[in-house]
Structures are given as structure tokens and as C-alpha cells.
Design a protein around this ligand. Sequence first.
Ligand SMILES: Nc1ncnc2c1ncn2[C@@H]1O[C@H](COP(=O)(O)OP(=O)(O)OP(=O)(O)O)[C@@H](O)[C@H]1O
Ligand SMILES: [Mg+2]
Length: 224
Amino acid sequence: MSLSCRDLHRTFQTSSQSIQVLKGIDLEVGAGEVVAILGPSGSGKSTLLNLLAGLDKPSEGEIFWDGEAIGAKTSHELAALRLKKVGLIFQDHYLLEDLNVIENVSLSGRLRRTVDKERVTALLGAVGLGQRSDFMPKKLSGGERQRVAVARALYAKPSIILADEPTGSLDRVNARAVYEILVDLARSENSAVVMVTHDEGLVKNVDKRFYLEDGRLQEQHPVL
Ligand SMILES: Nc1ncnc2c1ncn2[C@@H]1O[C@H](COP(=O)(O)OP(=O)(O)OP(=O)(O)O)[C@@H](O)[C@H]1O
Ligand SMILES: [Mg+2]
């Protein structure tokens, strides 16, 4: 199993109250499998994705990347492992404005001082940006920037891709295009994908759909 979690709980403590956002989440996502998580605003979708990414710690429960528990790792170990195994895509692309398209896509390689140029070229072709490789982010459209973010997330051949509203800032046509590129690429590279979205219309061709409500995941079976 590429990504799994067992009995995840997350409670936020504020000065006046304790908010139980996740109340026991179990999830298993295999290689090449695409899972969508839907649910109302404030239901805990981003909270769950941050836990799966190892960016936040659960109050209870455990997360496994390629079968390996991440709970006891130091933040340094976790960061190194995340660079290798996990690709992240957020609603806002978070491209580095001072780096061009090629440099942004190969960012994780640059951090390790080796850049696979063929890989970058292949990915930029796959996301339809072969002609934009030396552009700076501010000269790209919103949809193009988000396609760069998809290529960057895939660059290191991660076994896990986590995407939080990856098309949330785009219009319908661009949202569908970016979504299809993400799903096709991830499947062809055998990555496990967990994608959070508000948009039920977008997630027709996923392997599993879950609805997050009242702190728990409910699988939604397709209506035949
Ligand atoms: N650091 C925090 N401290 C306290 N409460 C928090 C914290 N982070 C999130 N919450 C609360 O947890 C709940 C879930 O938030 P989360 O961002 O996970 O929702 P979401 O499902 O992603 O919503 P949206 O669809 O609007 O992005 C919210 O009620 C939020 O106020
Ligand atoms: Mg959110």
C-alpha cells in the first residue's frame, strides 16, 4: 500500500474550546489509485491532507508511506523522506517567482544538487508547456502555473501525490484540463493520489470517492 492511515484523530485546542475535527479516519490508497475526498467547507479536508503529508501530527493514529510509519520520525527525517516520496499540490501554486519554469519543476532535484533535464522536458511536454520552459511564473496564466505545479509535484517520481483543491482557483475549462493531466500522469507513473475538492462534477473517473463529514470518511459508491 502506497499510502495508508489508521484511526486518525485530530483535535485542535484553543484557549476556550477543544475542536474535534477528525474522529477516526482509516484510508488505504494503492499504487496508481486515485482517491477523491469531498466534503463541506470546514469539514477537515485540509486538516486530513496536512496529516497525510506529515506537515501536522495527529492527536491519535498512525500514517504509513509505502508501509512505513511516519509518526516517530524527526522533522528532519520526515522532510528528507517527503522530498523523495510525496508530491504536494495546493490551491495556490506556490511557484517560486524568481525561478523560471524549468527551475521550478526541478526544485527537489536542485535541493539535492542533481537535475534530470530529460525528466523535466518530458513532464513539461506532458503538461503542455514545452514552449514555456524558460518563462517566469508571472508571465504564465493561472492554468499554466497550476500545470507547472503538477509537473513539479511529479518530478521526483513520488509514490504519493496529495492535492488540496488543486484546481480551486481555476475556471471550469482549465480546472478540467489540469485535473485530467494530473490523473493521467499519476496513473501512468503508478503514483497513489489523494485529491481534495469541492467539485463533485470534476471527479468522475476516480477509483474511490469519500465524503468527509462529522470527522469521518464515508465511501460514496457510484450510482449505477
Ligand atoms: N490550527 C488550527 N487551530 C484551530 N482550529 C483549526 C486549525 N486548523 C483548522 N482548524 C479548524 O478545523 C476545521 C477544519 O478545517 P479545514 O481547513 O481542515 O477544513 P476544510 O474541509 O479544508 O475546509 P475548506 O473546504 O473550506 O478548505 C475548521 O473548523 C477549522 O476552523
Ligand atoms: Mg481546505
